[in-house]
Structure formats: C-alpha cells, structure tokens
Design a protein around this ligand. Structure first.
Ligand code: HEM
Ligand SMILES: *[C@@H]1O[C@H](CO)[C@@H](O)[C@H](O)[C@H]1NC(C)=O
Ligand SMILES: *[C@@H]1O[C@H](CO)[C@@H](O)[C@H](O)[C@H]1NC(C)=O
Ligand SMILES: *[C@@H]1O[C@H](CO)[C@@H](O)[C@H](O)[C@H]1NC(C)=O
Ligand SMILES: *[C@@H]1O[C@H](CO)[C@@H](O)[C@H](O)[C@H]1NC(C)=O
Ligand SMILES: *[C@@H]1O[C@H](CO)[C@@H](O)[C@H](O)[C@H]1NC(C)=O
Ligand SMILES: *[C@@H]1O[C@H](CO)[C@@H](O)[C@H](O)[C@H]1NC(C)=O
Length: 284
C-alpha cells in the first residue's frame, strides 16, 4: 500500500503541473537544496511523498473533485509529511515542495535514478475542478496533441517522452482505455494498434459495460512497480494501455531527473504562500 501511495504522489506531480496555465519560464525562482539553512532536517522528514499543490486543497469544485482526478489517493500521506515538517520548522516548507521531494524519493525507492530537487515553490491560493478537466492531457491524445500540451508549458517533445516513462510504475483503470477495446471506430471494433493477444486479455479484465471500476492494471507488465525502462519495451510490443503512450516508443534513462526538474519549475509563483495545512489556504 505504501508503494501505491508513492505512485499516487508521482502522478500528482504531473497533475499539479498541468493545473497551471501560466507557462512562463520560472526556473530561476527555484534553488537546489533550498532548505539547507532554513530547515536542515526537512529532507530526512519528507519521506512520504509541482507545482503549487492546488490539487491538495479540499472544498467544493476543487481539482481533486474533478472526474479526471477521481482515482487519486494518498492525500493523508502528504498530510503526515507536512505535519512532521511543521513540527520541526513551522511555516517553512511548502506543500508543493513536499510533493517535489516525494516524487524523487518514490522514484528512488522503486529503484529509479534520483535527482537533486529544487525547492522554494509556493502553494497556490485557489483550485478549480474545471482547470483540471481542461488542462490535463488525456489518455486519448495522439502524439501531436501530447507534444502541443507539453509545449504550452515550455517542455520539449523529448522531455514529454522521457516523463511519460514514469508509467513504468503505476496502474490504469478500465474507464481510461475501454473505448479502445469496444466499438473503437467505424472500421475497427478494437483499436488495431493494440497487440491482439493483449487486447484479448484486457477484454477479459474489462468486460464491456460491466467492468470493475476499482480494478488496477499495471502499465508496465514486465516489471510491475519497478522504475525502469521496460515500459518502452511494452510499447514496442504494442501493449500500451493508452493511445498517448503507445504513440511514443522511445528510450528512457537518467534524463528523467533532468526532465522532472524542468517540469517542476513550470508555473512557480513567488507571490503565493507556504500553506500551514496542505488542504486549506492560510486564514487571513
Ligand atoms: C503524457 C501525458 C500523460 C497522460 C495522457 C497520462 C495519463 C495517465 C493515465 C490515464 C493514468 C491512469 C489513471 C487511472 O486510470 O487511474 C496515469 C497514471 C499514472 N501517471 Fe500519467 N499521464 C501522462 C504523463 C505522466 C507524467 C509526466 C508522469 C510523471 C512524471 C505520470 C505519472 C503517472 C503515474 C505514476 C501513474 C500511476 C498512478 C497510480 O498507480 O495510481 N504521467 N497517467
Ligand atoms: C459546499 O457546498 C455545500 C452545499 O452547497 C455547502 O453546504 C458547503 O458549505 C460548501 N462547502 C465549502 C467548503 O464551500
Ligand atoms: C491528432 O488529433 C488531432 C485532433 O483530432 C488531429 O487534428 C491531428 O491530425 C492528429 N494528429 C495525428 C498525428 O494523428
Ligand atoms: C458505436 O459507436 C457509434 C458511433 O459513436 C454509435 O453510434 C453506436 O451506438 C455504438 N455502438 C455500440 C454497440 O456501442
Ligand atoms: C474489483 O477489483 C478490486 C481490486 O482488484 C477487487 O478487490 C474487487 O474484488 C473486484 N470486484 C469484483 C466485483 O470483482
Ligand atoms: C530493487 O532492487 C532490489 C535489488 O535488485 C530488489 O531486491 C528489489 O525488489 C527492487 N525493488 C523494486 C521495487 O523492484
Ligand atoms: C504480441 O504479444 C505476443 C505475446 O506476448 C508476442 O509474442 C508478440 O510478439 C506481440 N506482437 C507484436 C506485433 O508485437
């Protein structure tokens, strides 16, 4: 369960990024090892879990209530990390930086290569479900739509491919790809880009109309839950769960951390706050 929570946190990272419409180059606001002086023990405490943590805010019509985020779990893990950090350095470490550290730590825990996390993000003051629905890339996207979606945040095509390699860990649910299995198009009942034997198996896992909404299907079927390059091998055998991934088929290496740093700098805003409770903005 702990590792699933970690997976959630990685996913959160990308969700947060796409919440942010503002894509101007803000990397210069961030600093390596930012809490070295202001909270030297923070790094050892942030062991649970970009870029403004708006997905963590509770309330009506916030991002976490959007259907596209309906499978997100693990908010309590962030709460625990925040509480531990607040106990030693009140008001210093932002919720968005906690997520950034958590993304790196989860990757390393799953045997991926780590990177130096930049700190100094501030937490957002508002959160809207509509933004989540409109800004996140969809699993139905083709490669040109994916490229465009990342380019709007200043991220390259190569970075998009590398970052998508994080699907080497984690799971998808039937609702996210069911349309590829049944009644796909006028000419093909099943998406012809799915390996035929894999499509057979997915149909067994996700029966049309009566599928199990909580069933979890690993995206990397070779090494479940290990952070490696096997996901690209899965794609080369035409066993990608989503159109978005199947259209990639490239390599994956230590450049992941570098791309994560770039993604983690998107939409960083100096005027935001360090939230005391990740679920609510600070009272006036
Ligand atoms: C390129 C555009 C992307 C699309 C269209 C996309 C789409 C998805 C979808 C549909 C799921 C499954 C959700 C579910 O069924 O519950 C998923 C899971 C996941 N995504 Fe992405 N994603 C993208 C990029 C990324 C990036 C850049 C990262 C991180 C760097 C990421 C990390 C994850 C992780 C870790 C999971 C598994 C979550 C879990 O196991 O609970 N994704 N993604
Ligand atoms: C959410 O909406 C309900 C019903 O309209 C209302 O009673 C409640 O106070 C709202 N909560 C917040 C946090 O705005
Ligand atoms: C991707 O989809 C968009 C929107 O449906 C379409 O305009 C575009 O031609 C497609 N690109 C590719 C490479 O299939
Ligand atoms: C298949 O898709 C077409 C076009 O979207 C739709 O008109 C038709 O009702 C669908 N058939 C089934 C069995 O879902
Ligand atoms: C649906 O999937 C979940 C998770 O694998 C499992 O615990 C549950 O028993 C399944 N429900 C049914 C009705 O098969
Ligand atoms: C990480 O690698 C070690 C040593 O090879 C292995 O025992 C462990 O199962 C791996 N962890 C994961 C999550 O795959
Ligand atoms: C489809 O999957 C089978 C079984 O895993 C594999 O042997 C085959 O090479 C795959 N086909 C293609 C076209 O990749």
């Amino acid at each position: 369960m702990a590792s699933l929570n970690n997976l959630f946190l990685l996913l959160t990272w990308v969700l947060l990024l796409f919440m942010l419409v503002d894509s101007s180059e803000q990397a210069s606001l961030l600093r390596d090892d930012f809490y070295k002086d202001s909270c030297p023990d923070a790094k050892s405490v942030i062991k649970a879990a970009g870029c403004d943590a708006s997905v963590l805010l509770d309330g009506n019509d916030t991002e976490k209530t959007a259907p596209i985020n309906s499978n997100l779990i693990g908010y309590d893990v962030v709460d625990d990390a925040k509480q531990a950090v607040e106990a030693i350095c009140p008001g210093v470490v932002s919720c968005s930086d906690i997520l950034a550290y958590a993304a790196r730590d989860s990757t390393v825990k799953l045997n991926g290569t780590g990177w130096t996390v930049q700190g100094r993000r501030r937490d957002g003051l508002f959160s809207c479900a509509d933004a989540a629905e409109n800004e996140l890339p969809l699993p139905t996207f083709n490669v040109s739509q994916l490229i465009e979606s990342f380019a709007r945040r200043g991220l390259s095509k190569t970075q998009m491919v590398i970052l998508s390699g994080s699907h080497t860990v984690g799971v998808g649910h039937c609702d996210k790809f069911i349309e590829r299995l049944y009644n796909f198009s006028a000419t093909h009942f099943t998406d012809p880009s799915i390996n035929a034997s894999y499509a057979q198996q997915l149909k067994k896992d996700c029966p049309q109309a009566i599928f199990n909404t909580t069933l979890e299907i690993f995206m990397d079927t070779i090494t479940l839950g290990e952070f490696d390059a096997n996901y690209y091998k899965v794609l080369s055998e035409h066993k990608g769960l989503f159109t978005s991934d199947q259209s990639l088929e490239r390599r994956f290496d230590h450049r992941f951390g570098k791309a994560m740093r770039a993604m983690g700098a998107v939409g960083v805003r100096a005027e935001f706050q360090v939230r005391r409770n990740c679920r609510t903005v600070n009272p006036c």
